[in-house]
Design a protein around this ligand. Structure first.
Ligand SMILES: Cc1cc2nc3c(=O)[nH]c(=O)nc-3n(C[C@H](O)[C@H](O)[C@H](O)COP(=O)(O)OP(=O)(O)OC[C@H]3O[C@@H](n4cnc5c(N)ncnc54)[C@H](O)[C@@H]3O)c2cc1C
Length: 419
């Protein structure tokens, strides 16, 4: 190892930035930090759901140059090609970089081609451009309504999707938007999901919330429908059903954004890690966090928790101390509906069922809290300010006095507005 250990972080998303800033916060200048990303900005993806309704896309981007400079972190803008763990070298498009500790956080990607016809005929909400396509669809729907024409939107959650929540946000937000535009009765919203329960990963209470919302809002919902293929204007399911659409919004199946051939990965390229530490299985110095790793639910909040655990283990190794943070699978989400929002904290545990690898942890039932209120929209807005503020100042989300205050505020709100 060189005089100061070299910690290299791959990926400038939630897990990468949190891991980088947490390591700097914990270690000070005792390590050399390098961040590699193929883009020069961070995308606050959870809040891109506001773009279809008029929010400017640039509002959700944080340039990486300034926070990395503030954190004394070397920033390399380049695409990662692979990792040679035995030589401790990352292969970048622009050449090799050596490391002593590596945190891989290159995230997930979507693979629409697993569903024939989806790429050609559907919208797959993932990038800012996709959100702008939904904005166009809504504008065209308003125009069609003026001309007395009916429009049908169909929403699809397919197998191997790992984060269904945002599509639920979009259908509920679109419903609210159509009502505000006074054109809801000229639009049908049809929801189909492979899940047995709505937002299945988050347990029965979220299913009930969505059932009630769908029934109140007149959204037609179908659970246990598996999409098979899409043709122009019609989506087909393995149960023989077919639904016509003017617009199809489908979250495609997930795969790892980059497959690391020399490290243990599952069939979709997600890195196999030890649960507590996020250390890559069978390796000493390589860690993975966020969507790139094999936790079955892909979520920003979980990505941050994983990055904290990984960075804490790296920092402890460097400092010759015991790690103090381990990854505990506890999800937290605020689901926007535009007139109100649903808040949930969901303690999760692993199962042996490959079709349902995590479930709500009944032993921690007291921590399973759900609440629906317009005030939760304020909570979502505060998180939307807090996280960019922390990252812009090279500070981790989950650390220090600011997080203690934020955490306390969420706990108080949750006591009053959730049960
Ligand atoms: C529309 C939408 C809404 C969402 N809403 C929520 C929400 O409300 N709450 C929530 O918790 N989660 C939400 N999610 C999920 C959340 O966005 C992801 O779980 C989160 O972004 C994962 O963080 P990450 O750091 O692992 O990956 P990412 O944020 O995807 O970051 C990966 C980084 O790696 C970089 N990268 C990728 N490949 C390479 C390469 N080869 N070389 C170099 N760099 C590379 C990328 O450019 C990026 O900077 C939402 C997702 C979507 C699509």
């Amino acid at each position: 190892m060189s005089a100061r250990p070299r910690v290299v972080v791959l990926g400038g998303g939630f897990a990468g930035l949190e891991g980088c800033f947490y390591a700097r916060w914990k270690l000070g200048e005792r390590a050399e930090l390098t961040l590699v990303s193929d883009t020069d900005h961070f995308v606050f993806r959870p809040n891109t759901i506001y773009i279809p309704f008029g929010a400017p896309p640039e509002k959700f981007l944080i340039p990486l140059e300034e926070p990395t400079r503030k954190g004394n972190i070397r920033f390399i803008r380049s695409s990662v090609r692979g990792v040679d763990p035995d030589r401790r070298v990352v292969e970048l498009e622009q050449g090799p970089v050596e490391y002593d500790y590596l945190l891989i956080a290159t995230g997930a990607d979507m693979r629409p081609d697993e569903i024939p016809g989806l790429r050609e005929h559907g919208i797959t909400p993932w990038t800012i451009d996709d959100m702008l396509r939904i904005r166009d669809a809504l504008q065209q729907t308003a125009q069609r309504a003026k001309e007395g024409k009916h429009t049908q939107f169909v929403f699809v959650i397919p197998p191997n999707n790992r984060c269904s929540g945002p599509l639920y946000e979009l259908v509920l937000m679109i419903d609210t938007w159509l009502r505000r535009e006074g054109i809801r009765d000229q639009v049908s919203l049809v929801w189909t999901t492979v899940e047995e329960g709505y937002i299945q990963a988050f347990g029965p209470r979220l299913n009930t919330v969505v059932e009630e919302e769908f029934s109140e809002r007149g959204i037609e919902g179908h659970r246990g429908w598996v999409v098979s293929h899409v043709e122009p204007g019609k989506v087909h399911y393995t149960n023989g059903e077919a639904v016509a659409f003017d617009y199809l919004l489908c979250f495609p199946p997930y795969v790892a954004a980059r497959r690391y051939e020399l490290l243990p990965v599952d069939e979709r390229g997600f890195l196999q890690v030890e649960s507590d530490s996020r250390r890559v299985q069978g390796r000493e110095r390589e860690f993975a966090a966020g969507d790139a790793a094999n936790f079955p639910i892909k979520q920003a909040f979980l990505a941050l928790l994983q990055a904290d655990a990984a960075a804490d283990h790296i920092a402890a190794d460097v400092a010759g101390e015991q790690p103090s943070v381990r990854f505990e699978p506890m999800s937290m989400c605020i689901m926007e509906e535009m007139n109100k929002a649903t808040f949930a904290t969901v303690p999760l545990r692993y199962t042996d069922d490959p079709l349902k690898p995590v479930t709500v942890d009944e032993e921690r039932a007291g921590e399973y809290r759900v609440g629906v209120s317009p005030l939760w929209r304020v909570g979502k807005k505060i998180l939307g300010v807090y996280l960019p503020w922390r990252f812009s100042h090279a500070q981790p989300f989950h650390a220090g006095l600011a997080w203690d205050a934020m955490d306390l505020g969420l706990k108080v709100l949750s006591k009053v507005l959730a049960k």
